[in-house]
Design a protein around this ligand. Structure first.
Ligand code: BGC
Length: 767
């Protein structure tokens, strides 16, 4: 399988090439923001430019004026490198010749910066100047003055921008079980994105975690559909709260479980599993109001998702009622021809995708002309009806109007640095802190005393801003060498927390061991190097042997050793699985050191709970606590993780004291209200995650022994007891009825269920 060609590995270096045809557009981009006021103040002008007219009238009016070429252009999104430098992959200054090709000749309606793809100088101000310059060119060269919409992957903060605050990657946020926090992060990210003139964010990922071999595991929130869906819902709401940025639910659908673990390889998900387990998280995020959906790049059950009318029209439009824009993933319209070979030409690929339900094609620089030519041809030849094209274009125009791009296409570049650089660091630090998941604390070594005489900080991720951020940071594969990206490393965090006390950074293994022999404690930070997509696939998602060895040697010194894992997934730990003190930090982002230190020294009481199962061995994939019952009684054949879904320790102790239901019976379409009484029985304040599971002791269709139905987070002072209500629709427990063909409809069976939390349970009858 060829690697994804999204961003050629050479792209980063090549970007530094001197450019012949740089234009002075950027210089002229200190725009007076009055340039478009004619749009709002034109009562006599065309309806579509009248912001006060009803949206549908505006869209209809504009559509009627558009040529075929103009319409096709609105269904296309070109990578910004297409208009920079050499018009291919070099990046750099904007190039007038390429702008002309893209906007004057092709009428392209949208631009994206894929992973990386910054302006020549990577500052927020330069981003804003670049998007303004492109926007200005696009509007001035559009006969109808249609603004473009600019998209980025701001998947953990405005992550392509140097100096923007980097929040934890999604999987770490999954460990917080905190939908409100994720909503705040969505809003914060949107503020940064908006300040640079970008109004479309390709986030959140609503795929569920299943297989740690997959290089995008860390981009998911959780292995559980309700947890993943609830967090995706929070992110969508927060992102769109500003009214100026659209979120994208991706990758629709079933992207996360390729059969051989490699990104974008064949996936087989039977209809029942697809419907009951995979689709709900996307649905929850879409129901939250997401403006856009991105399609799964891979194939499902022998059909590329981009060619699936079932997924993109029957499920997404008819069942889910989604009204927004469906965007393809990278180059995936052409892929129908060149990779999947389901059609023989680009025109047929465009027809296939448009007819399946794709509204906009995301295009690498070498695919732009082919797409527009192909789509025009497909419409001229009647392979795509004008009605269908109009429908796609109308959705795009509606989105642009909703975002106010016709009235306010530009951003004040002079404010961008102030709005983005270091913004919301406290929020990012809080998120990282809440994500910290304490897996083991033997002998209660943690929290460490800040005043210990000497503490050694060791391991390859002890002092690495690149490792703690992971992929999708400045560059697609992570921070490129030579880029000076701010961030607090674990070493810096520990040192700052300890003030004048002796803190030693020991990067060399021998040095770390000898320093630890004379120290009071060691913190060893291990894990993975950054990466993204197929490049981070692993046939052996384990801790590297030399890092296991380092941990073993440090533990042999007899000194207290705390292992901090900074990784994109629950890596198999090998000999380090026995480590006495183990903290999972996920990919915590720029504020990693602050967060890790606050937990190590007890300024924060860890509250993270595993959003995924931690496997014992690499052979144990795919893995989830939702494994269905089977007949093999042999070792590890059933759910047998090193640490189960939901695991996570605290510095205090909790007790679940009771579980009652508002009613012991519920209608199939009713809501269950569970009240759970929990208490902090220890001596420190803490936050407890309260998951509520449902069990169905007898079920004709197999269901997992327990399924998460809802959850809450409760702050508890030492000694405090509280009762929290967790309400959930019983429909969350629906399963597709019928035989192995999965042709039945999902429904909730009547009968006896159990609601359980923290070892307490209550019987529930469904009528
Ligand atoms: C990824 C998407 C991303 C897009 C644009 C693709 O390779 O699969 O998640 O939004 O690139 O960068």
């Amino acid at each position: 399988m060829a690697r994804s060609t999204q961003h050629p590995p050479s792209g980063r270096g090549a970007r530094r090439r001197p450019l012949a045809l740089a234009v002075a557009l950027l210089a002229g981009a200190a725009l007076t923001l009055t340039g478009t006021s004619s749009a709002t103040a034109a009562p006599t002008g065309p309806v579509y430019l009248n912001a006060k007219a009803p949206a549908e009238q505006r869209v209809g009016d504009l559509l009627r004026r558009m040529t075929l070429e103009e319409k096709v252009g609105q269904t296309a999104q070109a990578a910004v490198v297409r208009i920079q430098g050499d018009c291919m992959w070099s990046g750099g200054d904007l190039t007038e010749r390429c702008m002309k090709e893209v906007f004057d000749d092709q009428e392209i309606g949208s631009i994206l910066s894929g992973g990386g793809m910054p302006p020549k100088v990577n500052t927020p101000k330069a981003w804003a100047e670049m998007t303004n310059a492109i926007q200005r060119y696009a509007i001035e060269h559009s006969r109808l003055r249609i603004p473009l919409i600019y998209g980025v992957d701001a998947v953990h903060g405005h992550n392509n921008v140097i100096g923007a605050t980097k929040t934890p990657q999604q999987l770490g946020l999954g460990a917080t079980w905190n939908t409100g926090l994720v909503r705040e992060l969505g809003a914060s990210t949107s503020e940064a994105v908006k300040a640079t003139g970008v109004s479309w964010n390709f986030a959140p990922v609503a795929d569920i975690s299943r297989d740690t071999r997959w290089g995008r595991y860390y981009e998911t929130f959780a292995e559980d559909p309700i947890l993943a869906g609830s967090l995706a819902e929070g992110f969508v709401k927060g992102s769109e709260d500003t009214g100026a940025v659209s979120a994208t639910v991706k990758h629709f659908a079933g992207y996360s479980q390729p059969m051989n673990g490699h990104d974008r390889t064949e996936t087989h998900v039977d209809p029942r599993y697809l419907r009951d387990t995979i689709l709900p998280a996307y649905k929850q995020a879409i129901d939250a109001g997401a403006d856009t959906v991105m399609v799964n790049s891979g194939s499902l059950n022998g059909i590329p998702a981009h060619a699936s009318k079932y997924l993109l029209t029957d499920v997404l439009r008819k069942d889910f009622g989604f009204k927004g824009v469906v965007v393809s993933d990278w180059d995936d319209v052409r892929a129908l021809q060149t990779r999947f070979h389901v059609v023989g030409s680009y025109a047929d690929a465009a027809a296939k995708a448009l007819n399946a339900g794709v509204d906009m094609a995301m295009l690498p620089p070498d695919a732009v002309d082919g797409y527009t030519a192909g789509a025009r041809e497909a419409v001229r030849d009647g392979k795509v009806s004008m009605r269908r094209l109009d429908e796609a274009v109308a959705r795009v125009l509606r989105l642009k109007m909703k975002l106010g791009l016709f009235e306010n296409p530009f951003v004040d570049a002079s404010k961008a640095d102030g709005a983005v650089l270091g913004a919301d660091k406290d929020l990012a630090a809080r998120a990282a802190t809440e994500s910290m998941t304490l897996l083991r604390n033997e002998g209660n070594v943690l929290p460490l005393n800040k005043d210990l005489g000497k503490v050694v900080v060791a391991g390859p991720s002890a002092d690495s801003v690149a490792n703690q951020n992971g992929g999708w940071t400045i560059g697609w594969q992570g921070i490129p060498a030579g880029v000076d990206e701010p961030g607090v490393t674990v070493y810096e965090g520990v040192k700052a927390a300890r003030g004048d006390a002796e803190t030693v950074l020991a990067m060399d293994a021998d040095e770390a061991v000898s320093e630890t022999e004379g120290a009071d404690a060691a913190v060893v930070v291990v894990g993975e190097k950054p990466g993204a997509e197929g490049e981070l696939d692993s046939e052996n998602p384990s801790l590297a042997a030399d890092q296991q060895d380092l941990i073993d040697r440090l533990e042999k010194t007899g000194k207290p050793v705390v292992v901090v894992v900074v990784a994109s997934r629950p890596i198999v730990l090998g000999s380090a699985a026995d480590a006495k003190n183990l903290l999972m930090a996920w990919l915590p982002g720029s504020e990693a050191g602050t967060a890790v230190a606050s937990v190590l020294f007890g300024d924060a009481n860890p509250s993270g709970r595993l959003p995924v199962s931690w496997p014992k061995t690499v052979g144990d994939q795919p893995m989830s606590y939702l494994q269905l019952p089977g007949t093999n009684g042999g070792p590890s054949s059933n759910y047998d993780p090193l640490f189960p879904f939901g695991h996570g320790l605290s510095y205090t102790t909790y007790e679940t004291r009771g579980l009652t239901l508002a009613s012991s019976s519920v209608a199939k379409n009713g809501t269950v209200r569970a009240s759970v009484t929990v208490a902090n029985t220890g001596s420190r304040t803490g936050t407890l995650v309260v998951p509520v599971y449902v069990e169905r002791p007898v079920s004709s269709v197999l269901v997992a022994p327990r399924r998460l139905a809802g959850f809450a987070r409760v702050d508890l002072a030492a000694g405090q007891q509280r009762t929290v209500e967790v309400a959930f629709p019983m429909s969350r427990m629906a399963v597709t009825q019928g035989d192995v063909d999965g042709s039945g409809t999902p429904s909730v069976s009547s009968g006896a269920y159990k609601v359980v939390s923290g070892g307490k349970e209550a019987a529930l009858t469904v009528r």
